[in-house]
Ligand binder design. Structure first.
Ligand code: GRF
Length: 200
């Protein structure tokens, strides 16, 4: 059974969408994959409550407790490994609204098994404030991207994108809400495609 570990920082709606798809579509039976746990770097992340309600193991690893990014990332990897004991293949790690930049060592350790969702049509608008930047640039379309994580922030091979229109009068909030509904469709779809490839 392939483990999936989700890393979150906030509301966890993408995590919840993946968990719901896994339950609805019986991923253990259909894909040989199960959600092994959810890690948050914030104790107050709303997504932790959703994970509890879904009956999933959770862990809070507060980045503020670590002097160095590498030490925080090691703690993340230790928790992932703990959930992976007895598994024949290493876990797929999904960043889902995880608001920390991971270190090159973390990327190397989970290479080829590490995905992120970013709320823009990469390579446009890596980084923060993507929706306001899309509006300010006069974009007619915006969206979200699921990509493999590499050492360079918001780069890496693109696995899927969802596109929405930017409507007249949009604020960053209205555009973000429109994009988010599509993220919830996109991310589970890409995870399934990712798990279906041989030797991932
Ligand atoms: C999403 O828009 C995601 O793309 C971005 O942060 C938001 C997180 O939402 N990185 P949630 O925590 O999944 O609800």
């Amino acid at each position: 059974m392939r483990n999936i570990v989700l890393l979150i920082s906030g509301g966890g709606s993408n995590m919840a969408a993946i968990v719901a798809a896994a339950q609805r579509e019986d991923w253990p039976a259909t894909l040989g994959a199960r959600i092994a746990g959810v890690i948050s770097n914030r104790a107050d992340a709303g997504g932790l409550k959703l994970a509890h309600e879904a009956g999933l193991p959770t862990a809070t690893i507060d980045h503020l407790s670590y002097a160095k990014r590498e030490d925080f990332d090691s703690a993340l990897s230790q928790q992932i490994a703990q959930w992976d004991v007895g598994s024949t293949s290493p876990a797929l790690v999904l960043l889902a609204g995880f608001m920390r930049i991971v270190s090159p060592d973390f990327v190397a350790l989970h290479k080829g098994r590490l995905l992120n969702i970013h709320p823009s049509l990469l390579p446009a608008f890596p980084g923060l404030h993507t929706h306001q930047r899309a509006i300010d640039a006069g974009c007619r379309f915006a969206g979200a991207t699921v990509h493999e994580v590499t050492a360079e922030l918001d780069h890496g091979p693109i696995w899927g994108q969802a596109v929405v229109p930017v409507l007249p009068g949009d604020s960053a909030d209205t555009l973000a809400a429109r994009v988010l509904t599509q993220e919830h469709v996109l991310y589970p779809r890409v995870v399934k495609a990712f798990l279906r490839q041989p030797f991932c």
